[in-house]
Design a protein around this ligand. Structure first.
Ligand SMILES: Nc1ncnc2c1ncn2[C@@H]1O[C@H](COP(=O)(O)OP(=O)(O)O)[C@@H](O)[C@H]1O
Ligand SMILES: [Mg+2]
Length: 304
């Protein structure tokens, strides 16, 4: 197969080591694997005609059997997807699709979608006026989590322990952007009393790896990039079913589903369309299993 992997939007940045490893493993398995940086594409578009060049050389998008889309979309818009559109137009399957990514990107929209599916989610509130803090105080107890609806890697999630912190944090956010829409949530403790959460890696309707993440002493967030300890995890039937259901409804072929295991079952935090590979690879790697090999094998199942 001819596999294309689309990565980082910034031309100058190096490829992540796991993307290079993915290419190497793919080639060892007999595939042709090209890794593209989105920032090195040139597009010419005119009536009934487009020309795509990569690093200055024209390429035929239709040559590829599958595109693995690992773009980290920083913009809130879909402007970065102009090359993906060219692959799609040529009939090449792109996973994940831009439509599914845009759904998962907005944490508020994701929670609304999961709520309508009857999934247990981190209860969240949105307020737009300072006086509505009193509404929150009626329903929520401390600590509370405040998060940006477009954050990732834990970088935009805060914890507040009292009303002074809550009010000043909201004031700070609105001082930077008065129109900012953010989430206020209950701080959910897991059934073991710690602040662990679970990351489930779904690909092609199958759970291919799961890990438990335990936050470091310095941080309430259990993101791998925030120093969380990771270990392989076994899921309950309900957890597995719900992770698969959520991924399917979002239309994501690849998804990283995050939930906290509580006494009342899983509470879902979010779904990631571009789940990190490093943490889950190290947590679940054994002599006979490597998630990167599994990803390459699953890519081989997609036919044009
Ligand atoms: N409501 C919450 N209760 C407890 N922990 C939370 C809550 N929301 C987030 N966290 C912790 O913070 C981490 C980052 O939050 P998340 O919503 O997943 O944002 P990001 O997209 O930045 O990963 C989670 O993995 C979890 O460990
Ligand atoms: Mg997360």
């Amino acid at each position: 197969m001819k596999i294309g992997i689309l990565t980082a939007t910034i031309t100058e940045s190096d490829h992540f080591p796991n993307i290079i490893a993915l290419k190497t493993i793919g080639e060892q398995k007999g595939h042709c694997v090209d890794v593209f940086k989105n920032g090195e594409f040139t597009l010419l578009v005119a009536k009934g005609y487009t020309k795509v060049c990569y690093a200055g050389k024209e390429i035929n998008t239709g040559d590829y059997d599958i595109i693995l889309n690992r773009l980290s979309v920083r913009e809130k818009s879909n402007a970065e997807y102009y090359i993906i559109n060219e692959f799609s137009k040529a009939g090449v399957p792109v996973i994940n699709s831009p439509e599914s990514i845009m759904k998962a990107r907005n944490k508020l929209y994701s929670l609304q979608l999961m709520s309508s599916m009857g999934i247990n989610i981190s209860r969240s509130a949105v307020i737009r006026r300072p006086e509505d803090v009193s509404v929150i105080l009626k329903d929520f107890t401390y600590p509370m989590v405040i998060k940006n609806i477009f954050g990732s890697l834990g970088s935009s999630s805060l914890i507040v322990y009292d009303t002074k912190q809550l009010v000043s944090t909201i004031d700070y956010i609105w001082n930077i952007n008065r129109n900012e829409i953010f989430l206020i949530q209950d701080f959910i403790r897991s059934s073991d009393g710690k602040t662990t959460d679970y990351r489930v890696f779904v690909m092609g309707g199958e759970i291919i790896a799961s890990m438990k993440r335990t936050n470091s002493d310095n941080d309430f967030r259990a993101n791998y990039k925030r120093g969380a300890k990771v270990e392989p995890a076994l899921l309950t039937e309900t957890e597995s079913e719900q992770c698969l259901k959520v991924s399917e409804v979002f239309g994501l072929e690849i998804a990283g589903v995050d939930f906290i295991r509580t006494e009342c079952g899983p509470v879902f935090l979010e779904i990631n369309s571009n789940p990190g590979l490093e943490g889950i690879r190290s947590a679940t790697r054994t002599g006979s299993f490597d998630i990167l090999e599994k990803i390459i094998d699953k890519l081989g199942e997609y036919k044009k």
